[in-house]
Design a protein around this ligand. Sequence first.
Ligand SMILES: Nc1nc2c(ncn2[C@@H]2O[C@H](COP(=O)(O)OP(=O)(O)OP(=O)(O)O)[C@@H](O)[C@H]2O)c(=O)[nH]1
Ligand SMILES: [Mg+2]
Length: 273
Amino acid sequence: MAKKEDFDMMVRRMINGSDVVVEVIDARFPSLSRAKRYENRVLKNRSKKLFVAMNKVDLVPNKVVQKWKSILNKEGIYVIPTSARERLSTTILRNSIISAVGKDFFYITACFIGLPNTGKSSLINILKGRSSAPVSPIPGFTRALQVLRITTRLRIFDTPGVIPIKLSLANQVLLGVIRPEKLPDYMKAAWALVHKIDQLNPGILSETYEIEYDSPPEFLEKFAEKRHKRKKGGGLDLETAAVIFMNEHINKARIPVWENPDDYLLNKEKEEI
Ligand SMILES: Nc1nc2c(ncn2[C@@H]2O[C@H](COP(=O)(O)OP(=O)(O)OP(=O)(O)O)[C@@H](O)[C@H]2O)c(=O)[nH]1
Ligand SMILES: [Mg+2]
């Protein structure tokens, strides 16, 4: 099985060999899901173009999407809000890729990069017009480089998602870039997710699951009770409940949660002072 370092090397090599790089980020978590290390690699080379596809906009109110778009634009990033699920702006994405490369070049190579599970393969399939790149709710699904001929002029490389080294475990669960089953401690990870969601959208877990709680462990206990997750002896099976809860967020996007653009701007201002 290829290691994270191999994926990283593969992505860097693909960036070097592409005219256009499309970074696919999650519209719910625009700042957390950006891989600035790769962005900078593209931006420092003037002959390459970078687009950010802010995907999964169907999961976020339009007002929030537009705010994030303008923030990223101000940071010098060209953003296209997309939804592979609802086929939103996928034609704009394709036309942007093609027109980014002057008419002098007949053949265009683009690569899609980004964290696991952001929708790279889903978007490429829509551009191609039929399912060619395997898609899955399981993070880290694409494990090898895949080249897809989109038109006679355009070929696209689908790359495996790479998790940035700096991303904390709690944020990895929030962004859904890892499979909960692979985590060392299910309960701790689920508590961390509850804590993160409480920070981003206070009250939403109570509303979604009709559970009142004062702490992440209490939430998980009540969630396990509600789902009748019990061990053979009768005690609550918190481990199983933790995995179910995390998967409802990661695979089903059941909980409405996103990064608040105003908080991002406020923190940025504080950092600058
Ligand atoms: N709601 C929503 N879900 C999406 C969208 N695009 C993709 N998904 C879902 O997100 C999950 C991951 O999609 P993939 O296309 O496999 O993502 P990927 O970036 O190729 O993932 P890796 O190969 O793991 O790096 C799947 O369950 C898709 O159905 C979207 O626009 N909206
Ligand atoms: Mg993929």
